[in-house]
Each structure stands twice: as structure tokens, then as C-alpha cells.
Design a protein around this ligand. Structure first.
Ligand SMILES: C[S@@+](CC[C@H](N)C(=O)[O-])C[C@H]1O[C@@H](n2cnc3c(N)ncnc32)[C@H](O)[C@@H]1O
Length: 387
């Protein structure tokens, strides 16, 4: 059996490791080239891309450089590399995991055992996506192997690290707290670990690889439940009991279920049937028809507009624009998907975002969510909101 090799990043170069949906690497590389032309593309595997930083940065500056600061819509997670542990010669099934874990801790000691180094609060272990989203029922998430590697890594932690671990650090799926620094182990192959670190900032960075530990409830009307559940957590809109929402393209109803679970009142617009488990909820009303066929006065009391129509981005934006620009409708927030039937449409994202901002939404963000397919989610909010 071979011994896993570790090599720390050359001291004269620093790298970031990004994960993304499998197939989205060209879109991620393109947006990085546009937004961060000084970051040099370094290495890529499906679902995993690394870049060399344009200059050496202090640890504090690296901690501040996260997915949000990069402005990378297609990145799920960003770890600052401290090295790699790999044994490319060995059969992946004969990979010496315990030895590899020792190597990970050697890298961590070299990077974090100085007095002014940040304290590691938890261990984030995650695999790059094995399949395209939706293929063979695949949904991105924490894998059995990630749990196994986490167990081994946690078990082998020296006291000097263990003493600074945060609550529930023994659980891979426990969320980190804002400000905590995590040691990242991105599993690119079973025998190839990229080791790095990041600081918990937004909702996704609390979880390994930006992967929410969400499973489809058995009574979910559709997998869109996962998309909207993740989208609502990410958007962090104050949607709760009595919030008036419109779900455009609601059939069969998974997305509406995520709203109803928060106590919202939902008008579900769709010419197609709604799942009886959604219809039975007294807070749900089915408005049967296409969005442009319905009387606008139905939406006068609505504040939140969500949509996941299987149409081109311009159609979705036209439909929302026509509603939110009316004097008799006071929209506070929007949460919607833009579907890229061809990847070329992703080039238009800056224009799509500018268009949404021109409607008076002053907080607009976009992200390819874990449960998005070839599409992105946009969250737009008016803050403060007067009505
Ligand atoms: C991907 S499905 C939506 C899944 C749904 N959000 C859920 O949570 O189960 C797309 C839906 O958009 C609807 N749709 C397409 N064009 C529409 C339009 N112009 N007005 C209303 N609904 C539309 C379709 O009938 C279809 O049910």
C-alpha cells in the first residue's frame, strides 16, 4: 500500500478551491474571468475548480474573500488552499485513509499552529458532485464517504485543535456559527483531498461545501420543495405567519409547501393541477390559469412573488415586471428561477440583475443553488419597505 503524499501550496503562491454544480465549471470560469481577471485558472475537475490568487494575501484578507466577495454566482463554496493530500498511484479502494488524515493534520499544524493563526472551530468535509444534478436521481449533498472521512479526521484531532472546536463539531451536518473558521477537506477523488479553510459568513458557508443537509420530505409534492426551501433560507426574507405570497407556476406544489410550512398565505398560479396535499391547506388558493390571464387585482394584498416557470428568462422577467411595476401592487420581495435552456443565456446574468434593480429592488443577489438544475435563483428585496 502506498503512502499518501501531501504537498502544501508553494509559499510563493496561494490558491482558492471552488465547488460548483457538475457542468457549471465553464460558466464559473467565465464569470471569474470577467469579475476577477487577475485570478489565474489553475485546475479543474467536474464540480471543482481552483484559481491562483493574483498576489499573496494575509490570512485575514483570505478569510474575508468568500463566495459573496468573489461575486461568483456559480460557486457553491470557496476554500483557501493550504495543500493537497493525494495518492494517485494507489487503487482508490486501497487508499490509506488513516495515513491521509494524518497528512491533513500535518498541513493544518503547519498552517494554524502559530500563535496568531485563527482557531479551527469545525471540520468541513465534502465530495465534489459525482453526477449531473438529477441524473439517476442524484441530488448534491453530504455523502457517506464525507461522513467517514470526517469521523476519521475528527477522531485523529490533536488536543491543541480539539480545544478550540465549536459546539457539535463532531457532527458533519451541524451548522457553523458566523465568524467560525472551518478546516475544509474537499474530496476530489477518493484518494485526492484538497485541504483549505474558510470563515462562516452567509447561510451556505455554515455547511460543508455549501451543502444544506436537506432531504425531500415524504409528503413533498415535488422536488421544487428543496429548491424553494434552500432559496428561502438563502434569501432570508421575513416570510412567516400570514405573509401574503404568490407562487407563479405553482404546480404540483412543492415550492408552495415550503411557504405554507412557514405559515404564509399562498396564491398558487398555474394552469396545471395542484397536488391534493397542498390544496387541502386552508392557507393555499389555486388560481388556475396562466399568469397573464389573471386579473391583477387578485394580487393587491400580496407582498412576496415567487416563480419557477419552465420558460425562458425573458418571459419570467416580463411577467414579474408587469406585476411589480403596477401602482396598485406593492411587492416587497421576489424569489425566482431563471432557466438556462442553453448555457449561453448565463452570459446575460448582469443584464437580468440590472433589470430587477431597475424595478426598485435595492438588495438583489443571485446564486446557483444546490437544488437548482441548469438555472439560477434570484432573490430581490426592497429594504426598507414602506406600505
Ligand atoms: C417547474 S414547474 C414548477 C414546479 C413548482 N414550482 C413546484 O413547486 O412544484 C413549472 C410550472 O410552470 C407552469 N407555467 C408555465 N408557464 C406558466 C405561465 N405563463 N403562468 C403560470 N404558470 C406557468 C407550468 O404549468 C408548470 O407547472
Amino acid at each position: 500500500m502506498q503512502t499518501p503524499e501531501s504537498n502544501s501550496a508553494a509559499p510563493n503562491a496561494q490558491f482558492i478551491c471552488l465547488t460548483c454544480q457538475r457542468g457549471a465549471e465553464p460558466a464559473l470560469k467565465k464569470e471569474m474571468a470577467k469579475r476577477r481577471p487577475d485570478f489565474r485558472f489553475s485546475y479543474s475537475r467536474p464540480g471543482f475548480v481552483t484559481f491562483k490568487l493574483p498576489r499573496l494575501m494575509s490570512t485575514e484578507d483570505r478569510l474575508a474573500l468568500d463566495v459573496r466577495a468573489l461575486g461568483a454566482i456559480f460557486a457553491r463554496s470557496c476554500a483557501h488552499s493550504i495543500g493537497r493530500v493525494a495518492d494517485k498511484n494507489a487503487d482508490p479502494n486501497e487508499f490509506d485513509l488513516n495515513r491521509a488524515v494524518e497528512r491533513v493534520w500535518e498541513l493544518a499544524r503547519a498552517a494554524f499552529e502559530t500563535r496568531d493563526a485563527p482557531k479551527i472551530a469545525r471540520l468541513h468535509v465534502y465530495e465534489r458532485d459525482r453526477f449531473d444534478v438529477g441524473t439517476r436521481g442524484f441530488e448534491p449533498g453530504l455523502t457517506d464517504y464525507a461522513f467517514e472521512v470526517h469521523r476519521a479526521l475528527y477522531g485523529a484531532a490533536h488536543d491543541s485543535f480539539r480545544s478550540s472546536f465549536g459546539p457539535n463539531a463532531d457532527r458533519l451536518d451541524a451548522p457553523g456559527d458566523p465568524g467560525e473558521v472551518c478546516l475544509d477537506v474537499a474530496i476530489v477523488e477518493r484518494n485526492e483531498f484538497h485541504v483549505g479553510f474558510h470563515r462562516v459568513s452567509d447561510a451556505h458557508s455554515r455547511y460543508p461545501g455549501g451543502l444544506f443537509p436537506l432531504a425531500l420530505p415524504t409528503d413533498a409534492a415535488s422536488r421544487a420543495f428543496l429548491k424553494f426551501e434552500e432559496g428561502l433560507r438563502w434569501a432570508d426574507f421575513p416570510i412567516g405567519i400570514g405573509s401574503r405570497c404568490v407562487d407563479i407556476g405553482a404546480s404540483p406544489g412543492g415550492g408552495s409547501q415550503a411557504l405554507l410550512a412557514r405559515g404564509a398565505e399562498v396564491l398558487g398560479v398555474d394552469p396545471a393541477e395542484i397536488d391534493p396535499r397542498v390544496l387541502v391547506n386552508p392557507n393555499f388558493t389555486h388560481l388556475r390559469g396562466k399568469i397573464n390571464q389573471l386579473k391583477r387585482k387578485l394580487f393587491r394584498k400580496s407582498r412576496w412573488f415567487l416563480t419557477d416557470m419552465n420558460v425562458a428568462p425573458d418571459y419570467t422577467l416580463d411577467a414579474l415586471e408587469e406585476i411589480v411595476n403596477r401602482d396598485d401592487i406593492a411587492a416587497r420581495g421576489l424569489l425566482f428561477t431563471l432557466k438556462f435552456f442553453e448555457w449561453k443565456l448565463a452570459d446575460n446574468i448582469p443584464e437580468y440583475i440590472a433589470r430587477v434593480k431597475s424595478w426598485g429592488f435595492n438588495h438583489v443577489k443571485a446564486r446557483q443553488l444546490q437544488f437548482n438544475r441548469q438555472e439560477i435563483m434570484i432573490a430581490a428585496l426592497k429594504k426598507p419597505f414602506y406600505r
